[in-house]
Design a protein around this ligand. Structure first.
Ligand code: CP3
Length: 329
């Protein structure tokens, strides 16, 4: 087995980097940044220039899909995303027209590949339920009351919209692949809100559909899935979806290790983002523990969620050096 542990970080392009803040100061509108191919390319490459991570991740956001479907999406400083009203019953979908609105993202991908063709580029979308969550909550929510009510009381409608989001996400990923991405990742950040039949219907089924369609379309494109917060359901998820790579947060059942090993699934994860803020001996110990925990499996080093804005850049340097030194011994 290849002993070299690869590393990249969720949100590796973002607010903890002074060079990102520099660009962000000049472009206050986050969506404009996502749709500016030159700047989005530069931002995607910033963490590569600094840390030489093993993967580039496209700089964009999962909320470009609601935008493509005609919902207004804004980002407010220190609040997060705010989405406009949408009439679900009248949602008019014409996939190629909707995706036309995301043309700048495909330009960004081409620019990144022109500049760094030797390094694998990760494209992405949100998991359909997570995207629906933001569309219904119209932003970040603590209680998720609206989405829970929505899927309970609007059964037919929520199934219809999940299907629309799934279909557009598949087409969106295909276009990302056509433009040059080598790997795709599906971020289902709110998978952990559901359990039982609802987990099956809104998490497993849509993710499985995406995995199957993308495998048919481009068998060589590696697929990473992140059903965050799934806990015990992580096992059913990998059994059903059969991802090439499963992105793990901190809690998942032990049988994931043996199942992944048997079925050649790579495990990705799972250092706590707060460990990177803390630094020092605790950080080094945390890193070693993770390398040890995954040593019998194929493993890509990552966090259990995104890099936090307060993270000192020096700690990310320590992390990368620790992994690289470990690889040499
Ligand atoms: O470096 C990378 O990981 C690539 C770019 C990327 C961003 N968002 C940039 C971003 C990716 C892959 C995402 C995914 C994303 N976006 C998810 C799934 C992963 C996760 O974190 O759970 C979600 C849920 C979103 C939605 C979103 N985008 C929220 C809730 C927020 C505000 C809160 C926050 O975490 O910042 C964003 C904003 C956002 N997306 C920023 C960045 C760099 C910060 C924007 C800023 O500069 O102010």
């Amino acid at each position: 087995m290849d002993k070299k542990t690869k590393i990249w970080l969720m949100r590796q392009a973002g607010r903890y980097l002074p060079e990102y803040q520099e660009i962000r100061k000049k472009e206050k509108n986050f969506m404009n940044l996502c749709f500016n191919p030159k700047l989005a390319c530069d931002i995607s490459l910033q963490p590569i220039e600094r840390f030489d991570f093993d993967f580039i991740i496209l700089f964009s956001d999962i909320l470009v899909i609601p935008y493509a479907l005609g919902q207004e999406v804004k980002f407010k400083e220190s609040i997060g995303p705010i989405l406009g009203n949408i009439n679900y019953e009248q949602l008019e979908v014409n996939l190629s027209q909707n995706l036309e609105r995301l043309a700048p993202v495909f330009e960004t991908i081409k620019l990144i590949k022109q500049k760094k063709k030797e390094k694998d580029l990760i494209g992405f979308c949100g998991g359909p339920f997570t995207v629906l969550n933001y569309m219904v909550e119209q932003g970040t929510s603590k209680t998720h009351e609206k989405i829970k009510k929505f899927i309970k009381s609007n059964n037919v409608l929520s199934e219809k919209i999940i299907k629309i989001i799934t279909d557009i996400s598949i087409e969106y990923l295909k276009k990302q692949i056509d433009s040059g991405v080598d790997v795709i990742k599906v971020f289902d950040s709110w998978a952990g809100l559901l359990d039982g039949d609802l987990y099956k219907k809104y998490i497993i089924e849509p993710n499985k559909e995406i995995a199957k369609e993308i495998k048919n379309y481009s068998p060589g494109t590696k697929q990473i899935f992140f059903p965050r917060g799934s806990k015990e359901n992580y096992f059913n998820f990998i059994k059903e979806v059969q991802p090439d790579v499963i992105s793990l947060d901190e809690e998942f059942p032990d049988n994931v290790f043996s199942y992944a090993k048997k079925n050649d699934i790579i495990l990705q994860g799972n250092l706590k983002p707060t460990a990177l803020i803390e630094g020092g001996r605790k950080l080094k110990k945390g890193i070693k523990n993770i390398l040890n925990k995954f040593k019998e499996n194929k493993h890509i080093f990552n966090l259990s969620h995104g890099v936090l804005p307060q993270t000192p850049v020096e700690n990310v340097e320590i992390l990368v050096d620790t992994i690289r030194n470990y690889n040499e011994t």
